[in-house]
Design a protein around this ligand. Structure first.
Ligand code: WQD
Length: 342
């Protein structure tokens, strides 16, 4: 009997790529999303990539406890991967109540429904943002979490604690894995799914590809006076398909009972620090184009450098990032051209 994974926020950028990998690994998947931050482009793309025209989709706002419970009544859920959350750092500073209400409320409803249905495996989509500006690099899972620098980051830390406490109190009925992503970038090699930010992109790579396609006038590089080799910030950019595959390894670890603790934490990164300027230069080179960019003032809240030590995930999950930055930036550009009908 196939195991079923509920992917909350599954019509979004990361959720849709994870759904593809879960289906290709032989899992049944239920995609649930309230469509507040995406349209059906990626969900339709997932069906084309996997040939699963019958892929179940449920329009659900996880802040609605009754609707969340009904989902768990309707499907026998063996694991839930929780992506449903708002994720714009800057917006969270302007609208903290909206972020706490949505990001905490939705996760609490999922956990409550899991409890009332006899428990299940819960994988929470966390973020390297919980580490703030680490004192020591690369970052391991033992690195201390720093005080959050935005309500968005605070909701990630709070949801991590909520899951740990819920697992502890569940007497084994609920197992948890926290995946701390670094910087997910790129798109599926089919160019049928990818990042589709609403409005002006906050993140670097969609701003690069939208500038290259002509949707944006000019890329601003936020600061070139940081204490780094070329003066621009360093990040651990991880290919979205590599990231998606990590979720399959993590869900399988839970479902097959291979966990060493009831709640585990893994950094999902490449271990490879790349600067903004290096990324821009690589994008130009691999796609044979010139990008219009300028140096702008630093963006408040940016950390100078953060990248992962992925040893634990490599060893325990048996997962490793394999795609090069060049391969990822090629896929990102192919996706942007697909969106433009090119
Ligand atoms: C990367 C670098 C910018 C845009 C955030 C969240 C994280 C995760 C990913 C949410 C920084 C620079 C960016 C631009 C630029 N989750 N940049 N010009 O801030 O590392 O991480 O997004 O989705 O939790 O914290 O990612 O892509 O915004 O920035 O120079 O137009 O690119 O200054 O150095 P970040 P980012």
């Amino acid at each position: 009997m196939k195991k079923t994974v509920l992917v909350s926020g599954g019509a979004g950028f990361i959720g849709s790529h994870v759904t593809v990998e879960l289906l290709e690994a032989g899992y049944e998947v239920v995609v649930a999303d309230n469509m507040s931050n995406c349209d059906m482009t990626c969900f339709e793309g997932v069906k084309k990539i996997t040939g699963r025209a019958d892929l179940p989709f449920e329009k659900v706002d996880f802040c609605d406890a009754v609707a969340t419970e009904a989902l768990f009544d309707k499907y026998k859920i063996d694991a839930v991967i929780h992506f449903a959350a708002f994720k714009a750092v800057g917006e969270s500073v302007d609208k903290p109540v909206m972020y706490y209400k949505n990001n905490l409320g939705s996760f609490l409803n999922v956990l409550e429904a899991a409890q009332t249905h006899g428990g299940c495996n819960v994988l929470f989509s966390s973020s390297a943002t919980v580490y703030g500006q680490p004192e020591k690099l690369p970052v391991t899972e033992e690195s201390p979490r720093q005080p959050a620098t935005s309500p968005y980051g605070a909701t990630k830390q709070m949801c991590e604690d909520i899951l740990q406490d819920t697992v502890k109190a569940s007497g084994g009925a609920i197992k948890g894995i926290l995946l701390r992503y670094f910087n997910p970038i790129g798109a599926h090699p089919s160019a049928l799914i990818g990042e589709l930010p609403r409005g002006v992109p906050n993140n670097l790579v969609p701003f690069i590809t939208q500038t290259a396609i002509g949707k944006r006038e000019c890329l601003s590089i936020f600061g070139d006076d940081y204490p780094t080799p070329d003066g621009t910030c360093l990040r651990d950019y991880i290919d979205i398909v590599d990231l998606a595959k990590a979720h399959v390894f993590a869900v399988t670890r839970m479902i097959e009972g291979k966990m060493k603790k009831d709640c585990e934490v893994f950094n999902v990164g490449t271990g490879r620090p790349v600067s903004v300027m290096e990324l821009v230069t690589a994008f130009e080179k691999v796609n044979g184009l010139k990008l219009n960019y300028k140096i702008a003032p630093r963006r408040p809240g940016d950390v100078t450098a953060v990248w992962a030590d992925p040893t634990l995930a490599n060893k325990e999950l048996g997962w490793k990032a394999t795609r090069s930055v060049e391969e990822t930036l090629k896929a990102a550009w192919a996706w942007e051209k697909h969106l433009a009908g090119k």
